[in-house]
Design a protein around this ligand. Structure first.
Ligand SMILES: C=C(O[C@@H]1C=C(C(=O)O)C=C[C@H]1O)C(=O)O
Length: 93
């Protein structure tokens, strides 16, 4: 069994990688938000989300992650993205 400091060092490294990937994801969703604003599209796209949640459940199962954790984490991420897209639509032009 690894010691506590070693376990926490692994967690810290994963957190670093997750933040890097989240920043990258939010850069792409920002571009999607600008596109939606320019083309009059809705901030939320439930059919796209349904496809993503299907894939996320599969990835979670394949990785040994509880699919409910994946669903809850992504619901929160997507809600932040949708809020940002709504904000982009209300910015004065
Ligand atoms: C990023 C988009 O906007 C919203 C946010 C999503 C996400 O964070 O993955 C998915 C669908 C939309 O509800 C999109 O439409 O692609």
């Amino acid at each position: 069994m690894a010691d506590l400091a070693e376990l926490r060092a692994n967690i810290d490294e994963i957190d670093r990688q997750m933040i890097t990937l989240l920043a990258e994801r939010f850069k792409y969703t920002e571009e999607v938000g600008i596109y939606k604003d320019q083309h009059g599209l809705s901030a939320q796209d439930p059919s796209r989300e349904a496809q993503q949640f299907q894939k996320l459940a599969l990835y979670a199962e394949q990785s040994g992650l509880n699919p409910r954790y994946a669903e809850q984490i992504y619901r929160h991420i997507m809600d932040l993205v949708i809020s940002r897209h709504q904000e982009l639509k209300t910015v004065q032009k």
